[in-house]
Design a protein around this ligand. Sequence first.
Ligand code: SER
Length: 582
Amino acid sequence: MNRKQLIEKYIEFFKSKDHAEIKNSSLIPENDPTVLFTTAGMHPLVPFLSGESHPQGKRLVDVQRCIRTGDIDEVGDTVHHTLFEMLGNWSLGDYFKKETIQFSFEFLTKVLEIPTERLAVTVFKGDSDAPKDEESSQIWQELGIPKERIAFLGKKDNWWGPAGNTGPCGPDTEIFYWKPNDTLTPEKFDTSNDDWVEIWNDVFMQYNKDKDGKYNEAKQKNIDTGMGVERTIAILNNFEDNYQTDIWQPLIKQIEKLSDKYYKGNEREMRIIADHIKATTFIIADGAVPSNTEQGYVLRRLIRRAIRFAKDLGIPQDADVTTPLVKEILEIYDDYDILQNNKQKIIDELNKEEDKFEKTLEKGLRIFNKHSDQNIDGKTSFLLFQSYGFPIEMTIELAKEKGIEVDEEGFKKEFEQHQKLSQTASAGKFKSGLADNSEQTTKLHTACHLLNQALREVLNDKEIFQKGSNITPERLRFDFNFDRKLTDEEKKAIEDLVNKKIQENIPVELEELSIDEAKQKGAQGIFDSKYGDKVKVYSIGNFSKEICAGPHIKNTSELGTFKIKKEQSSGSGVRRIKAVLE
Ligand code: SER
């Protein structure tokens, strides 16, 4: 069975159980400013899992492309991928445990004809937030899974969500498959044995995590399941290595050709290159471009890591690594219009980044090697970052390969000293984005503070807070809590107020205060220990006072004219403004 057949069988099966097929979403979440990527099929469904009614009903099914940045370091083994496709079915307050376990079991054993003998499951063992899941264990046993093949595990393993910081979540039951073809399935399920591979996860979304970290019983009990396409295809074809399947082989063959080496003996490098170029192809198609912030930074990190491994494999520097791989990817995934429609853009962006990095990679590696007789200090890792374009994760990986360490704290300090720590970093997303601090983005950062305060004044609501922001040299994007569309008059009044403040030539002042002092002075921002003892508080006259890592301009007169380009919804109760300085 191949990828397309598996997807078709899954959708058809759940349609036969009265599920409606829904359209899949972009990898870049439109409605959740707290995460960079869509990480699961349930992600775009959060509003409906939280109680909003879905226009297509209470039973849904789809296949969703997902990115998990947490797994990037695992890529290189036989089962982990940065980008993967997830098959999922949902019950929005409709069926619950019994039916979903029965559906999963029926699909696996009847439609895919997987022998029950090769299956094992885990269920939640219970803790102070939720009880032990005896019910699921019972249902599995009734279906024929013996007790020895059912393991009870804690939150770390048998709990899913929320996808962001708050929202629907709950205990789950995970289904595992015994992969080795040459040994009998052990009678007892040993969860620490990697030969058992997780293929499907049924989540019982019966809790809601609130912002204080409390799990509250949800009004609506949902089912959220996710099955990995790549893994399932591999086991259905008796491959112990996912990369042996037809969704990877054309890429591996290309890499063999480019490097003039065999897959055997070079598996890790070839898997990483194939995986990363596939992930970046999809991310670019979904709208991101390489940069130093947010999704763009992940993209940059993935492309550069692939290029580094291409060099390790001996692929000549002047060879175009990315274009032939993109062409294969577009053939494999010819059912994705988004890829086909963005073909040239994908190739151009990848080529640009490949060319850029190839210019500095070799020199950077020389510098790295020169310093690698001991641990890499903050100055060297920052130099590699700043002048040779080495993402910090790459320096850490190179160091690990040599058995040495990188002074990550030292790197962060260097970074701050160079006034490079952006709002992104201050929002706790250091790992996912090192900000660009060009003059234009610095101006837009300051404009965000003015906008934040202008919103509160014009809308006359002191409870308006920033819910997320994203700044590129072209524009700012600002998310805030508010429950309706702004009127044209309101937008105009907000623009006018920001522009008035710009014209008042107000100096932007920086103070370093303790969190308590900052609070007392009425500064806005996230009062979180992650800021350390002292926080930076930026004031714009009496108008605005915010905790922020900066950097900011010195005087509002430097900003030009502020203009709102767009105002739209960004999830329930959250609005999004895109604005520019002209
Ligand atoms: N959300 C769950 C997961 O990602 C099930 O889809 O595993």
